[in-house]
Design a protein around this ligand. Structure first.
Ligand code: GH3
Ligand code: MG
Ligand code: MG
Ligand code: MG
Length: 301
C-alpha cells in the first residue's frame, strides 16, 4: 500500500489467537488492527472503534459470527462497515447464509494468505471509494458546504433531539438580495464566485459545535442552531449578514447598497409532538419574506 493512503483500521474477531496472528502477518502496511476473541467483544469493539473492515470467524463461544453480523448490520453506526467471514464452515448453505446477512465476502479456512491479502486490499479500496461518495452526496458541488439532502436529515435529527432535550431549536433562511440583477450585471460565472464567497462567510460563522449551515438551493442558505433561543439566533444572523456585507462584493445595480447583501428570516421553537419539523421552515420563510418586504439587507426574527 502506498504511504500516501490513509491508515485503515481492521477488526479481526476469532477465538483462536493463531488465526488472528496469521491474518495480521498478511496485511498490507498501513493497517492497524483491533482484535476480539469472542462475539460479544467483536460487537463491542465494532461500536467503539468503527473499523473500516471486519474479519469475522463464525464459530466462537457465546455469540457466533452470524449473530454478530446480524447485530452490526441492523445498527446505523455499523451497518456500512464491510464484513468478511473467515471460517472453517465449508458448506454452501453457510456461505449463502453469511452473504445474505450482509457480509461482503466469505473465505474458507485454511486461508490462502496472498489471495486473502489482495481480497482485503480490494475491499478496503472499495470501502474508501464508497465513503468518499457518501460524503460527496451530502455536499453542494459549487460551494462545498452541506447540501439540501444533508439539511433535510439534519433538521429531522435536531427536531427529535430538541423534543427530547426540551431545548429551543432555531432555524434561519438566508437569501442573497437582488441576485438575479447581480447575475445580469456581472455574469453567471461571477455569480457563482459570489455564492462561494458568501458560503465561506457562513461556514466560518459556525463557531459553536452544534450549529450548521447548508445551501438550501439557488442563492438561499439555511442555518440550524440547536439549543439556541431566538435572541441568540438573531445575534448570530446579524453577525453573518455583517460578515457578508464586509466582503464588499461590488453590486452596482443593487437598490439597497453598492455591495452584495443578504436578508434572513429566523424561526425558533420548542418542538411539540404534534408539529412537523417543516413548520419551522415555513415560519423562517415567512420571516424572510418580511425581511425582503421591509427593505432587504436585514434580519427578521
Ligand atoms: P430577492 O432580493 O427578492 O431575493 O431577488 P433575487 O433577484 O435575489 O431573487 P430571484 O429569486 O428573482 O433570483 C435568484 C437568482 O439566483 C436567479 C438565479 O439565476 C440565481 N441563481 C440560482 N442558483 C444560482 C447558481 O448556482 N449560480 C448563479 N450564478 N446564480 C444562481
Ligand atoms: Mg472459531
Ligand atoms: Mg431566492
Ligand atoms: Mg435573492
Amino acid at each position: 500500500m502506498s504511504p500516501s493512503l490513509p491508515q485503515s483500521r481492521l477488526l479481526i474477531a476469532d477465538d483462536h489467537p493463531e488465526n488472528i496472528l496469521l491474518l495480521m502477518d498478511n496485511l498490507d502496511e498501513g493497517c492497524s488492527v483491533i482484535v476480539a476473541k469472542d462475539g460479544h467483544k467483536a460487537v463491542e469493539q465494532a461500536f467503539a472503534h468503527q473499523p473500516d473492515l471486519i474479519m469475522l470467524d463464525v464459530m466462537m463461544p457465546g455469540m457466533d459470527g452470524f449473530e454478530v453480523c446480524a447485530i452490526l448490520k441492523s445498527d446505523s453506526r455499523t451497518k456500512e462497515i464491510p464484513i468478511i467471514f473467515i471460517t472453517a464452515m465449508r458448506d454452501a448453505a453457510d456461505e449463502e447464509k453469511g452473504l445474505r446477512l450482509g457480509a461482503i465476502d466469505y473465505i474458507r479456512k485454511p486461508i490462502n494468505p496472498s489471495v486473502t491479502r489482495v481480497r482485503i486490499r480490494n475491499h478496503l479500496a472499495l470501502r474508501r471509494k464508497t465513503g468518499l461518495l457518501e460524503e460527496l452526496a451530502l455536499l453542494d458541488g459549487l460551494t462545498e458546504i452541506n447540501n439540501r439532502r444533508w439539511f433535510d436529515d439534519a433538521l429531522s435529527r435536531e427536531w427529535m433531539r430538541a423534543r427530547r432535550t426540551e431545548k429551543p431549536l432555531s432555524l434561519a433562511l438566508l437569501d442573497i438580495d437582488h441576485f438575479k440583477t447581480y447575475n445580469d450585471t456581472y455574469g453567471h460565472a461571477q455569480g457563482d464566485q459570489c455564492l462561494i464567497q458568501v458560503a465561506g462567510v457562513l461556514r466560518h460563522s459556525m463557531k459553536r459545535g452544534g450549529d450548521s449551515v447548508a445551501r438550501y438551493g439557488g442563492e438561499e442558505f439555511v442555518v440550524l442552531a440547536p439549543d439556541t433561543p431566538r435572541e441568540a439566533a438573531f445575534r448570530l444572523l446579524q453577525e453573518i449578514t455583517a460578515g457578508v456585507a464586509a466582503l464588499r462584493i461590488p453590486h452596482a445595480a443593487s437598490p439597497v447598497a453598492d455591495h452584495v447583501t443578504i436578508s434572513a428570516g429566523i424561526a425558533c421553537c420548542l418542538p411539540a409532538e404534534q408539529d412537523p419539523a417543516l413548520c419551522l421552515l415555513e415560519q423562517a420563510d415567512e420571516a424572510l419574506y418580511q425581511a425582503k418586504a421591509s427593505g432587504r439587507n436585514r434580519v427578521v426574527a
